[in-house]
Design a protein around this ligand. Structure first.
Ligand code: G4P
Ligand code: MG
Length: 172
């Protein structure tokens, strides 16, 4: 993990280690989710690595907040929502997984949507929480929040976004 030109570069090895620490926190907290819900697309790879440790099934939802120009939209928008997800939530313990808690808008939006289907409990797990003022807050129903690492506000370069992975890993 290294800062280069003001951006935080993370290697696949960094990510795996952060997920392992996150899993350790979840396991030692006593929270035993029935299933995880990954927020696409940033949450896909973290959720899959987490499954190595938690061994729980993954459902996915797709939500975008930044448009193709990489500027935030008015509010997050659902681009994929499987009806099957809703049926599987009622009365279950859910772990919502994403890569980064940035403005918190996407997370809060997604949590509100998922809570409509009355899970027994819903907890949040993110790899990174940016220390910054948030634009939204987590619903009061959310009692557990797991975070792999707190980071200073700034852009994080994840390995899965790299077009040149050799250059990325050399910088990370
Ligand atoms: P939050 O609730 O999780 O805080 O998210 P917020 O709405 O603020 O914005 C979420 C979008 O911004 C997500 O992407 C997320 O991946 C992206 N994002 C925020 N900060 C960073 C960062 O430092 N580095 C990278 N690489 N991405 C960041 P999205 O475009 O909505 O969807 P997707 O990229 O997950 O497909
Ligand atoms: Mg993104």
């Amino acid at each position: 993990m290294r800062i280069h030109e003001g951006k935080l570069f993370l290697s696949y090895r960094d990510i795996h280690g952060t997920v392992a620490r996150l899993a350790e926190q979840i396991l030692s907290s006593g929270y035993d989710p029935d299933l995880t819900v990954a927020i696409g697309t940033g949450g896909f790879i973290p959720a899959r690595i987490l499954k190595t440790y938690l061994k729980k099934p993954i459902l996915t939802v797709g939500i975008v907040y930044y448009d193709h120009n990489n500027t935030p939209m008015e509010q997050p928008r659902t681009i994929q929502w499987i009806d099957e997800v809703e049926k599987k939530l009622t009365g279950r313990r859910v772990l919502l997984v994403d890569e980064v808690d940035d403005s918190r808008s996407t997370l809060a939006y997604c949590l509100r949507e998922l809570l409509r289907h009355h899970p027994a409990e819903i907890a949040v797990a993110v790899l990174h929480n940016k220390r910054k003022p948030k634009r939204d807050s987590l619903p009061a129903e959310v009692k557990r929040y797991f975070c792999g690492e707190e980071v200073d506000n700034g852009w994080i370069c994840y390995p899965w976004d790299a077009e040149d992975i050799d250059r990325h890993e050399a910088l990370a």
